[in-house]
Design a protein around this ligand. Structure first.
Ligand code: F6P
Length: 465
């Protein structure tokens, strides 16, 4: 079996005492894949060094997995991460042209950091390694590695949405980004919609031609693109939710609610998540249903994120103000309609909170997949499950058709869906749960890793003639 090299912007390096840092399902799955293949995990340490150029790697072995991470200096973080990745590619891929900032300085920083990463990584790659690069921070990495003579099979997975051609073509370096993707052997997206958009960008904008069966020829290289919908570690999340219901935080929450029904939303504080629209919809639901007063509470758990990006700082203020306004207008001395929490919750407590919530609101304006939707379903009691209210613009909506699918821009309709979810009879809830659970059980994160790596291991003999 080939050794696996995983590359991602952030790397969950285990602590020196041997404890694991991989809290999220994706990190756990990648770690498991690395252990079974033997491997290397390479990326940014997450630390900002004051002055150094990237030329130095910290390398640590844990069992048969090696972690190799580099610090970035302030300028690199500002231009590569905060700048181009999160003020150009992120809003662009989430269809938010109004929020893009195409600074030339940031673009140069993004390509410079990718080149530096490639310089550090290339000497660590052995001839038979399979290299798997993750996410929009690192699109140019394969092209840089190819320049340095790396001939290995290299795959890329895009965790966020891929935009249509008209949106992509606003990016001044769209051609370099497309050329970057064409340097991979396999490019994976979350859904067939993303693959369609990518095909449109490739063919309509003249960057390459489609050969059929997901194969493309572009800039003199043949590669394949396909949909590989990511899953969660379903089995362990189910166990965690059963255990989590006994977690002290969950018990305290339940007690503090008295007889109120709990509705839950969990998202990083990000404008793509539609948190403002969701709060408006919940507020509308409370206004429309007199019986909701004092009987339903929305718990919105929203850890702060990317606070150095100005658009995130603005949003932080806007959501806090909106929540305060709604609570002030609708709340009472003994009822707070929205409990808004800006901190990271441990996963055990989170799983337990999902389990006791009558409805889960996952209403992003645009999302690659959204694993909270899958986790909410996995956490339910099959005999008395809650109802998922899910945005049609989340990749998860392609699979979770037992959810109440909403257009999050339509506040009235989302408010109605919240009302339907809260009052749905148990038979209908069970039926919806049973239509979704087998999908997330069978297509879990290990299945995702396996299918991607199997496809990446295939050679060019699969190209249609
Ligand atoms: O989903 C995209 C993503 O960049 C993930 O890779 C990451 O875990 C998450 O968003 C959080 O982003 P950041 O690393 O910028 O905090």
């Amino acid at each position: 079996m080939a050794r696996l090299v995983v590359v991602s912007n952030r790397v969950p390096v285990p602590s020196a005492k041997g404890g694991t840092a991989a809290a999220g399902g994706l990190a756990v799955a990648l770690e498991a894949a690395l252990r079974s293949h033997g491997g290397l995990w390479f990326g940014w340490s997450g630390k900002t060094s004051t002055d150094r150029e990237i030329e130095w790697l910290e390398i640590r072995d844990f069992g048969n997995v090696t972690y190799a991470v580099a610090d970035l200096n302030r300028r690199d973080v500002d231009e590569y991460y905060t700048g181009f990745a999160n003020r150009a590619l992120w809003p662009l891929c989430h269809y938010r042209l109004d929020l893009t900032d195409f600074s030339r300085k940031d673009m140069a920083g993004y390509f410079r950091v990718n080149r530096s990463f490639a310089r550090l990584l290339a000497p660590l790659i052995r001839p038979d390694d399979l290299v798997w690069v993750h996410d929009y921070h690192l699109i140019p990495l394969a092209a840089e590695l190819r320049h340095m003579g790396v001939k290995n099979r290299i795959g890329y997975f895009h965790h966020i949405p891929w935009p249509p051609a008209d949106v992509l073509s606003t990016l001044p370096v769209a051609d370099t980004i497309m050329r970057g993707l064409a340097a991979y052997d396999l490019v994976g997206f979350q859904t067939s919609y993303d693959v369609e958009n990518f095909t449109g960008c490739m063919v309509r904008e003249g960057f390459g031609r489609a050969l059929g069966n997901g194969w493309f020829e572009s800039y003199g290289h043949r590669f394949q693109a396909g949909a590989f919908p990511i899953g969660i570690d379903t089995e362990s999340f189910v166990e965690m939710a059963v255990e989590g219901a006994k977690n002290p935080i969950v018990k305290r929450t339940r007690e503090s609610l008295h007889d109120c029904d709990l509705v839950i939303g969990v998202d990083r504080l990000d404008y793509s998540k539609g948190i403002g629209q969701r709060i408006e919809a919940f507020s509308r639901f409370c206004e429309m249903s007199p019986s909701a007063k004092g009987q339903v509470t929305l718990l919105q758990i929203t850890p702060k994120s990317r606070s150095d990006v100005p658009e995130y700082a603005t949003m932080q203020r806007d959501v806090a103000e909106l929540t305060g306004r709604v609570n002030g207008a609708l709340g009472d001395v003994d009822w707070t309609p929205i409990r808004y929490v800006n901190k990271t919750m441990n996963r055990n407590a989170l799983a337990g909170l999902y389990r006791i919530a009558k409805a889960g609101l996952v209403t992003p304006l645009r999302d690659g997949m959204n694993l909270v939707a899958k986790e909410y379903i996995a956490a339910q009691d099959p005999n008395d499950p809650g109802v998922l209210v899910l945005s049609r613009f989340a990749g998860a909506a392609r699979e979770l058709d037992g959810a109440l699918i909403v257009n999050p821009y339509d506040i009235e309709a989302t408010a109605n869906a919240i009302g339907r979810a809260i009052s749905m009879p148990v038979e209908a809830r069970r039926e919806r749960f049973q239509s979704m659970f087998p999908k997330i059980r069978d297509h879990d994160v290990s299945w995702w890793c396996r299918t991607f790596l199997d496809a990446l291991s295939q050679d060019e003999s699969a190209i249609p003639t």
